[in-house]
Design a protein around this ligand. Structure first.
Ligand code: ADP
Ligand code: MG
Ligand code: MG
Length: 247
């Protein structure tokens, strides 16, 4: 599904941050990326999603066989790449439901489909919100306005479930992952994952991986993947930290 080859990237006119990343993600897999602060984890997720402040200086990102490096972020989203929003915007007057309806139909339009019939949309919203234990009044609230950390997470996971991407990239920063948010994210990922999709989960937290069984765990340090293993690597990191790998 995703194949990253020798990826180098930098901030526009700035220092190199990604220094030769190789990563292959197949359908049905969950990959976790861990690593010390400042390693380039968020940069990697931004570069896959196509954020324009970063410049790819070498290498390839193939999504379902096509190089997507020249694609705008929206095009990548329409192809089925989802990136959770690290700093979600507040949109007063636009409800959670209306925002997702617009996003869904925008996505369909870009893929040559008509708007989803209202009835079908409603039943999909009902199905996904029940699955995530989202209450009705939450759906009618203004997007992100006054949302707690847990509510922001719930909204992100709801968006992921509704948009049903092929590849979901979740960048879980060190902030805002309290017990509630941790459960929402791990439940959400476990309910989302299936044989046809894939998840790239970026986290500082070994704790999160106690609830999600990753197929692969990668350690990113100084812009490179320095070690890849299975779930047991996460446990080893919890015990030993990163220093033994950095030497
Ligand atoms: P991580 O998510 O692993 O903590 P980041 O990808 O956020 O790391 O950052 C990697 C390095 O690149 C850090 O040194 C950070 O300061 C720098 N960096 C990332 N994005 C920018 C940016 N937009 N402007 C300046 N420096 C940046
Ligand atoms: Mg950081
Ligand atoms: Mg980060």
């Amino acid at each position: 599904m995703l194949e990253i080859k020798n990826l180098h990237a930098r901030i526009e006119d700035g220092a190199e941050i990604l220094k030769g990343i190789n990563l292959e993600i197949k359908p049905g897999e969950v990959h976790a990326i861990m690593g010390p602060n400042g390693a380039g984890k968020s940069t990697l997720s931004s570069v896959i999603a196509g954020k324009e402040e970063y410049e790819v200086t070498d290498g390839e990102i193939l999504f379902e066989g096509d190089n997507i490096i020249e694609d705008a972020p929206e095009e990548r989203a329409h192809k089925g790449i989802f990136l959770s929003f690290q700093y979600p915007v507040e949109i007063p007057g636009v409800s959670v439901t209306n925002f997702i309806k617009a996003a869904m139909n925008e996505n369909r339009k870009a893929n040559g489909l008509e708007d989803m019939p209202a009835k079908e949309m409603l039943s999909l919203i009902r199905e996904k919100s029940e699955l995530l234990e989202i209450k009705k009044d939450f759906l009618s609230r203004s997007l992100n306005e006054g949302f707690s950390g847990g509510e922001k997470k719930r909204n992100e996971i709801f968006q992921m479930m509704m948009l049903n991407p092929k590849l979901a990239i979740l960048d879980e920063t060190d902030s805002g992952l309290d017990i509630d948010a941790l459960r929402i994210v791990s439940d959400g990922v476990n309910k989302f994952r299936n044989e046809g999709n894939a998840v790239l989960l970026i986290t500082h937290y070994q704790r999160l991986l106690n609830h999600i069984q990753p197929d692969f765990v990668h350690v990113l340090a100084d812009g490179k993947i320095i070690k890849t293993g299975d779930k047991s690597l996460a446990l080893e990191l919890e015990e030993k930290g990163y220093d033994w790998l950095l030497k």
